[in-house]
Design a protein around this ligand. Sequence first.
Ligand code: GDP
Ligand code: CA
Length: 318
Amino acid sequence: MRIVVLAGGIGGARFLLGVRAYAREVGAEVTAVVNVGDDLYLHGLKICPDLDSVMYTLGGGADPERGWGRFDETWTVKTELAAYGAEPTWFGLGDRDVATHLVRTSMITGGYPLSAVTEALATRWQPGVRLLPATDDRLETHAVVDLDGGQRAIHFQEWWIRYRADVPTDRFVFVGADAAKPAPGVVEALGTADLVLVAPSNPVVSIAPVLAVPGLREAVAGSPARVVGVSPIIGGAPVRGMADRCLAVLGVACSAEGVGRLYGGRRSGGLLDGWLVAPEDEGVTVPDVSVRAVPLWMTDEVATAGMVRAAVELAELA
Ligand code: GDP
Ligand code: CA
C-alpha cells in the first residue's frame, strides 16, 4: 500500500507519527507532501518551519513541549542577535536549529532545489517516510492586514508569531503560487497512491497553500486513491494553535463541519471522499463525503495509528 499525506507542521508531524506506525504494521510506504508557505529567510538563513517540525518529530529530535524546534535547545545565537539589535527578534531561532538552517542555506545557495536539500537533511534524521516539499519554488503565505492606518501584506510568520493572529485581517495570499510547480515526485506519488490522507493540519494556512500549487489539487482530484481528511477541529475548537482565527478570516465556522465543507466532496469538485470527525462532532454532514466519528486526540502513536486505521476503513467504504 502507498499512502500520501498532505501536511503542515506540528499537527501534520504528530499525525505522521501515527501514519508511520500504521505503515510499519502493514508494510506500507508513506510520502508526506509538506507545506512551504511558512518558509522565510531570516538573518540570511532559509527556514522551513513545517518541514523542520515534521523532520525533527519523525527523527526523534523535536521538543515535545514546544512542539516546534529541537529539544535540549539553547538560545545563544538569538541572544547575540538581539544584542546587535538585529531584527526581527520575534522568531525563535535556537542554536541547534540554526545548524539545520545553515546546511540548508548553503545547499540552496549552491543551487540545489529544496526537495534535494530536504532529502539530504533527512539522511541524518531518518524520518522513515519520504518527505517532499509541496514545491521547490517560492510560495509564501502572506496576510493582508490593516496596520498603522493602511492595508499591507505581512509574512504569515509575522502575522502568527509577532501579532499572534490578532490584527484585522482581510485575506491570505500565497505569493508566488501562480508560477510554482509541484516538487519532483509529488504528482507521481499522488498518481500511484492507494490512499491520500489530509492531516489534521490548519486548513487555511497549511493545507490550502499545498493545494495552491498549480497541478497539485488536480493531481489529488485525479488520483486513483480515495482521499480521507482528518478534522483538526474537535467540538468547535482547534486542539492547539489559532486555526479559529484563520478560519474567521475566510468567514468559515470553526467546526468539523465548517472545515469539511470548506474542503468539499471530491464528487462535487472538492477534495474529500471521507472525513473523520471526533465523537464530539458525531452527526456532522458534508455533501458527497462519507463522514465517520472516531477519537481524534493524537495523544500517542498508538492512538494516532488508530485514527489512520479508521481512515483506511473509511476509504474502503467511501
Ligand atoms: P503548524 O503548521 O505547526 O501550525 O501545524 P499544522 O497546521 O500541521 O497543525 C495545526 C493543527 O493541528 C491545529 O489546527 C490543531 O487543531 C491540530 N491538532 C493538533 N493536535 C491535534 C490532535 O491531537 N488532534 C486533532 N484532531 N488535531 C490536532
Ligand atoms: Ca505551519
